[in-house]
Design a protein around this ligand. Structure first.
Ligand SMILES: Cc1cc2nc3c(=O)[nH]c(=O)nc-3n(C[C@H](O)[C@H](O)[C@H](O)COP(=O)(O)OP(=O)(O)OC[C@H]3O[C@@H](n4cnc5c(N)ncnc54)[C@H](O)[C@@H]3O)c2cc1C
Length: 323
């Protein structure tokens, strides 16, 4: 995709960016970095892209990350369900069977080798013998508060997470039980869930009704800016069009969004001065309309796709927000 857009990049350039990111994250977390694995990832990413494209996955556009990427690399996926379809058709071609509802519980070890797995199935406990190897690919452990408590401060270990409820870290534990090493477990990056899900379409305001950061900036900066607000609290304002178009994301949020007929009434719901909130949204809309990038206040470069601001009165559309 970079080639199609005339973007110059290289494995070495990626590796330099990765090294800089690792150096920065080392200030916060204990990091074990496997540079060889990162290199394999980046060397294979073109093939992965071509595989996905040829199996029907579409990408929309680049999402800029100027503070982390020296070339445009991150792309917006058109439809997340297309990934499942792509893999299922590739599995079918290769005769790979997918068994749903089978929950891995324990690795079976025989004479020092992993030879299979005990699983829970809808029909009861069972086991699967491995023909050659067992690969654990059970995702993260964000939905496992007990495991998170081992690596995160108590007040963070049970906070809402992004992703599926089945990623509880069971693969981590199964691997550890047979002598596997767990690395980078403390690197549980905090994130502002609202900002991530509707990153292009919302603005963050504090209790004064004013924007206070680059909503689409690096994850850590977003969290740091939020934590500096009174009561570590802020509101992410978006409009009715977004609420309708991104209903699936809006509904996934741990806390329900609130809406009101007008911005002034929304301001009163969240305890912010109405004139300040109206002025903030007006200013944002003017910036979006002007086509200017970056945002002069906070350097935001990720703008609404169609350069549509946050619409509310007089079009009669309701403004929404999340705390
Ligand atoms: C809302 C959201 C948006 C994202 N957007 C992006 C993006 O734009 N770009 C990007 O690069 N990444 C994005 N990510 C991150 C990306 O989805 C993950 O990095 C990626 O899915 C990880 O892949 P994985 O195969 O390691 O794990 P997963 O995709 O999490 O798959 C792990 C699977 O293992 C299953 N499992 C867990 N435990 C067991 C068990 N005991 N037995 C059997 N099965 C088990 C789980 O049910 C799950 O299906 C996003 C994530 C979320 C949640």
């Amino acid at each position: 995709m970079q080639e199609e857009h005339g973007i110059e990049d290289s494995v070495e350039q990626f590796m330099r960016d990765a090294e800089a990111e690792v150096a920065m994250q080392r200030e916060r977390y204990g990091i074990v970095w496997d540079a060889g694995l990162t290199r394999r990832f980046v060397e294979g990413s073109g093939d992965t892209y071509r595989f996905l494209r040829s199996n029907g996955v579409a990408f929309n556009r680049f999402i800029e990350r100027p503070k982390q990427h020296t070339a445009h690399r991150m792309v917006d996926l058109d439809d997340t369900f297309s990934l499942q379809k792509a893999f299922l058709s590739a599995f079918e071609e290769r005769g790979i069977e997918v068994r749903y509802g089978h929950r891995g519980r324990r690795l079976i070890v025989d004479a020092g080798r992993v030879t299979g797995m005990e699983v829970e199935t809808p029909a009861g406990p069972s086991h699967i013998a491995a023909r050659a190897a067992v690969v654990l690919a059970t995702g993260g452990y964000q939905a496992g508060p007990e495991l998170r408590r081992r690596y995160q401060p108590e007040h963070l270990a049970a906070t809402p997470y992004l992703g599926v409820p089945t990623c509880r870290g069971e693969g981590h534990l199964m691997g550890q039980a047979v002598g596997g090493d767990l690395i980078n477990m403390t690197m549980v990056q905090p994130l502002v869930i609202v900002g991530s899900a509707l990153v292009e379409d919302s603005i963050a305001v504090n209790v004064e009704g004013c924007r206070f950061h680059d909503e689409a900036g690096p994850y850590d900066d977003r969290v740091a800016a939020l934590l500096e607000q009174p009561d570590r609290s802020a509101f992410y304002v978006f409009d009715d069009i977004t609420a309708t178009n991104k209903r699936h994301l809006v509904d996934q949020m741990p806390r329900a969004a609130v809406s009101a007929p007008t911005l002034a009434e929304l301001a009163s719901l969240i305890g912010a001065p109405a004139d300040a909130l109206e002025a903030t949204v007006r200013e944002w809309n003017a910036l979006v309309d002007s086509g200017a990038t970056p945002d002069p206040a906070f350097g935001r470069v990720v703008m609404p796709v169609d350069r549509r601001g946050t619409t509310w009165d007089p079009s009669g559309r309701r403004p929404w927000c999340w705390e």
